[in-house]
Design a protein around this ligand. Structure first.
Ligand code: BGC
Length: 382
C-alpha cells in the first residue's frame, strides 16, 4: 500500500476544541486519532459534549491545566459517546453501547486511600487528573480512547438527554451525602412508601443546569423545593421550575429574608450558583438541623463582608452541617442515569427544555467565549 501523503495524513486526524493557556487562545485544531493501547481500552465516537461554566472558565484562562508536556488542553468533560472498538480484555461494554465517561482519574500515590479505593472524587493529594480540565485531554473531539472502568452504559432510550448525566452526578453525590449526614437524625426516616425527603424543605440557589437538575432530583425525593435565582419572572426557567412542582422565587422581588419567611425551616440548601456572598447570606437562614451543600466554584473577587457571628451561632445552636462536594463516583453516575429515566417519565417537557441548543464544533467561539445564553448548550459531534 502507498504511504498516505501529508494531506491524506492530516485527514486521518480529527477535529478537537482546545485551549492554549500560554498564548491565551482557544482553537479548533487537528489531533491525531487515538488508538487502543491496552487490552482494557475502549474507543468512543463522541456524539455530544455539553458546555458548562467550567469550560467557559478554562477558556478565560482562570482554570484548567494541559497534560504535562502539552501546550494545549482539549476541553470538554460532559459527554456521551458510542463504543466503536474494544480492547481484547474489555468485558463491561460492547461495540455499539452508548456510554458516559467519568471525568476524574486517580492520583498515582500508594498512600492516597481514596484513589486506591476508586474514590478519586475524594483524592486528598490533589494529584488527580480530570479529562478536559486538569492534565488530561477532554471530550470535545471526534474520537476518544479510555479505560473501560470509567464507562457508564446509558440506555439508547435516553440518547437525547443523556448529556445531562454528568451535571446531574453533582446533585446525586450531594444528595447521597445529605442522607449520610442525616443518619444522625434517625427519627426523620421516611415512612413506608414515601420518598425520603417528604415533609422537608429544600432551597436550590441558582437556576443553571446544575441547579435545575438538582431541583428535579430533590422534587423526586419528596422535598418541598424552592429555586431562588436572580432573573425576574416571567422567564422560561421559572416556568420550568413551576412545571416540575417546585416554586421559583426571584431575587428581584424577594430578599433572602423574604425567602426564609416563605419557606419556614430550611432543611437543605443546595447551592448551584457559584455566588459566595449570596450563599453565605442565605446560610444565615438555614434551619434547625439543616444542611448546606456547596457545589459552585466562584471566581476570586476579593473579600466581602458577611455576618460571621450569626452564621457561627446558628451552626452551633441549630446543629447545622455545611459541606462542599466536587466530582462524582460511579454510583453517582448510575443514580443519575436512573434518575433521568424518572425525570423523563415525570417531567418530559421540562427535561427536554433543559437542552436549549445543539451546535456544530465550528460554533465553539460563541459558545465558549460569547455571553452565556440558554440553559444547557451542547456541541453535537457525531
Ligand atoms: C466537573 C467535575 C470536576 C469539577 C472540578 C466540574 O465542572 O463536573 O467533574 O471535578 O468541575 O474540576
Amino acid at each position: 500500500m502507498l504511504k498516505p501523503n501529508l494531506d491524506e495524513r492530516i485527514q486521518l486526524g480529527m477535529k478537537a476544541i482546545a485551549v492554549f493557556p500560554a498564548k491565551r487562545d482557544v482553537e479548533l485544531i487537528d489531533e491525531p486519532e487515538p488508538q487502543i493501547a491496552t487490552p482494557s481500552d475502549v474507543k468512543l465516537r463522541m456524539l455530544e459534549v455539553g458546555v458548562c461554566g467550567t469550560d467557559r472558565e478554562i477558556c478565560s484562562f482562570e482554570y484548567g491545566t494541559p497534560p504535562p508536556g502539552s501546550e494545549h488542553l482539549v476541553i470538554g468533560h460532559e459527554s456521551i459517546g458510542e463504543v466503536v472498538e474494544i480492547g481484547s480484555a474489555v468485558s463491561r461494554v460492547k461495540v455499539g453501547d452508548l456510554v458516559i465517561p467519568m471525568v476524574r482519574r486517580p492520583c498515582p500515590h500508594a498512600y492516597c486511600r481514596a484513589c486506591r479505593e476508586g474514590r478519586q472524587d475524594f483524592c486528598f493529594t490533589g494529584d488527580f487528573s480530570e479529562r478536559g480540565i486538569k492534565e488530561r485531554h477532554g471530550f470535545m473531539t471526534e474520537l476518544v480512547v479510555d479505560d473501560e472502568q470509567y464507562m457508564n452504559i446509558v440506555p439508547s432510550s435516553l440518547r437525547d438527554v443523556a448529556i445531562l448525566v454528568e451535571p446531574l452526578t453533582i446533585a446525586e453525590k450531594g444528595i447521597s451525602e445529605i442522607w449520610q449526614v442525616q443518619q444522625r437524625l434517625p427519627w426523620l426516616a421516611a415512612r413506608d412508601g414515601e420518598p425520603d425527603g417528604t415533609g422537608h424543605n429544600a432551597v436550590v440557589l441558582g437556576a443553571g443546569p446544575v441547579g435545575l437538575l438538582g431541583a428535579m432530583a430533590l422534587v423526586t425525593r419528596g422535598f418541598t423545593t424552592y429555586v431562588y435565582s436572580r432573573e425576574a419572572t416571567p422567564n422560561p426557567k421559572a416556568d420550568l421550575v413551576t412545571s416540575i412542582g417546585a416554586t421559583y422565587v426571584s431575587a428581584s422581588t424577594d430578599t433572602l429574608d423574604d425567602l426564609v419567611m416563605r419557606v419556614g425551616n430550611i432543611d437543605v440548601v443546595y447551592e448551584a450558583s457559584g455566588a459566595s456572598k449570596a450563599s453565605f447570606d442565605l446560610m444565615k437562614g438555614l434551619g434547625t438541623n439543616g444542611i448546606f451543600v456547596f457545589t459552585g466554584v466562584p471566581g476570586r473577587k476579593g473579600p466581602m463582608e458577611i455576618d460571621t457571628d450569626s452564621i457561627m451561632r446558628n451552626l452551633v445552636l441549630r446543629n447545622q452541617v455545611v459541606f462542599g462536594t466536587v466530582n462524582a463516583n460511579r454510583p453517582a453516575f448510575e443514580a443519575a442515569i436512573a434518575d433521568l429515566e424518572v425525570f423523563r417519565r415525570r417531567f418530559p417537557t421540562a427535561l427536554s427544555a433543559l437542552i436549549t441548543g445543539r451546535f456544530a464544533m465550528d460554533d465553539y467561539r460563541s459558545l465558549l467565549l460569547g455571553n452565556a445564553t440558554g440553559i444547557k448548550n451542547v456541541i453535537a459531534i457525531g
